[in-house]
Design a protein around this ligand. Structure first.
Ligand code: DX5
Ligand code: ZN
Length: 216
């Protein structure tokens, strides 16, 4: 599955961007929220999500790169999130946060920074709908893919199997035509792509179509 990231879209034309993605090969729309504390950058938040949701045809996959996400879960659900992912590193009470997301009727994801070991998910794996493996340090689009991610994806796959979890594995950061195939082979189910999709001269719709064909 493919999840283009709005971070790389034309932010002055979000209605047009959302509408053109509506008929594309995008399965989900990835929405990156940054608070300037958990990550050293600020992106966009609730009112922008609400605006995008008015035109979205695909489920909106909200990636919360924020501290204390527990305070904002219902607001993000109300603004249009279908999937809510919080960072392992931002949640001392992760089990509670995951249950809260599910009680809101959303799918619950947990993201791991590049340095965070996969094994830390062992006691939460069975409760998850999604594991997001960061393949760059979160905070900015357009960074270079960290090759160690491939090994991590294979390890999460094994961990989820052992836990009897059917959680999806999502990879986020520096995804392109070169690493997409190996990522799927390693076990990735959802690929987030920002710059690769939106900066391509042929535009996001054609790029998403080529990526989907490449992975077929
Ligand atoms: C990074 C974000 C990513 C980002 C991906 O902090 O979580 O979703 O938008 O962008 P690219 O594909 O350009 O690395
Ligand atoms: Zn993201």
């Amino acid at each position: 599955m493919l999840a283009p990231s709005f971070l790389a879209a034309d932010l002055a034309n979000l209605q047009a961007e959302t509408e053109r993605l509506a008929t594309s090969a995008a399965d989900w729309l990835h929405f990156d929220v940054m608070d300037g504390r958990f990550v050293p950058n600020i992106s966009f938040g609730l009112p922008v999500l609400q605006a995008v949701a008015r035109y979205a045809k695909q489920p909106i996959d909200v990636h919360l790169m924020i501290e204390e996400p527990q305070h904002y879960l219902s607001a993000f659900r109300d603004a249009g999130a279908s999937i809510i992912t919080v960072h392992y590193e931002a949640c001392p009470h992760l089990h509670r946060v995951v249950q809260q997301i599910k009680q809101l009727g959303c799918r619950a994801g947990v993201a791991l920074n590049p340095h965070t070991p996969v094994a830390l998910l062992e006691d939460i794996a069975a409760d998850l709908d999604l594991v997001l493996i960061m393949s760059v340090n979160p905070g900015f689009g357009g960074q270079t893919f960290i090759p160690n991610t491939l090994k991590k994806v294979a390890m999460v796959k094994e961990l989820l199997l052992d836990a009897g979890s059917d959680a999806l594995i999502e990879v986020d950061g520096g995804v392109n035509m070169t690493n997409a195939g190996p990522l799927v082979e390693a076990g990735a189910d959802v690929l987030v792509a920002g710059n690769f999709v939106f900066s391509a001269p042929e535009g996001p719709v054609a790029t998403l179509a080529s990526l989907r064909d490449h992975l077929a």
